[in-house]
Design a protein around this ligand. Structure first.
Ligand code: FPP
Length: 252
């Protein structure tokens, strides 16, 4: 039985988020510059997206460029922006063929104008696709997002749209860049690092975390299947006791 066949399709995580890490180390292992690792990471992006869509995962979110990544050497930042531009333009046909919608979250205003323009074009061209939403987190960080939410809330209070005592979790969720998708149920990080690195801090409150030593450019379909199988062995309690969860299952 293959790994794919072992997956229970009725218990798939509806949203998987991935911190793609290890491109630089992979390039070093191959005696190449860091950019070589990023370029080879594109195969892994394609594999993860196609495998997730084929299984029936509805949302896949990839941490492609963090707010902090702007502090990397200029040459690496430029290469990443170029790679992003090239990839989204090249992949539009495949996205449409696979019925995948491209979406982006983050401080998109800070991207080079050419990237912004092409990203918007591909998002528009795939907007009606319904099999899966592939979200790229670009110039994204959770603290940036939370500050944005705080500003918008302050505006709403200032303009009388909302009273301070009315602020609740739903008000915040509506203002997050992920307001139109469910929270990730499974968060994967590659390369053996066990950190969250400022990614979706609000949204992963109850996500199952999965860390793999595989470096991102080596990530393939089977790595995704392994993560999902691991997820399916977990008991998700959401603050309740194990007995409460088991009782609900028996009643179903
Ligand atoms: C982390 O590895 C990876 C990134 C900062 C960029 C991820 C980008 C890609 C896979 C390519 C572009 C993506 C899309 C969706 C078009 P690292 O450089 O931090 O690796 P290291 O920790 O080994 O140095």
């Amino acid at each position: 039985m293959s790994l794919k066949e072992k997956i229970d399709l009725d218990r798939l995580p509806s949203h998987i988020a991935i911190i793609m890490d290890g491109n630089g180390r992979w390039a070093k292992q191959h005696g190449q510059l860091r950019v070589f690792g990023h370029r080879n990471g594109i195969t892994a992006v394609r594999e993860a997206a196609e495998a997730a869509a084929e299984l029936g995962v509805k949302y896949l979110t990839l941490y492609a460029f963090s707010t902090e990544n702007w502090n990397r050497p200029r040459v690496e930042v430029n290469a990443l922006m170029q790679l992003l531009l090239q990839t989204i333009n090249q992949e539009v046909t495949t996205l449409n063929k696979n019925n995948i919608r491209l979406h982006a979250i983050g401080d998109l205003e800070s991207l080079p104008p050419r990237n912004r323009k092409h990203l918007q074009k591909v998002m528009d061209e795939t907007a009606n696709n319904s099999r899966m939403t592939l979200t790229l987190a670009l110039s994204y960080s959770s603290r940036w997002e939370i500050v944005e939410v705080a500003r918008k809330l302050a505006d709403q209070i200032h303009s009388g749209q909302c009273k301070p005592e009315e602020v609740n979790q739903q008000c915040i969720e509506k203002l997050l860049s992920t307001h139109d998708m469910p929270d990730p149920e499974l968060l994967i990080r590659t390369s053996g690092e066990m950190r969250i690195s400022n990614f979706m801090l609000w949204q992963i409150a109850y996500a199952e975390l999965y860390f793999t030593p595989t470096l991102w450019p080596d990530f393939r379909r089977d790595d995704l299947y392994k993560a999902i199988l691991d997820f399916q062995c977990r008991e998700r309690r959401f603050g309740k006791t194990s007995e409460q969860i088991q009782n609900v299952k028996k009643q179903e």
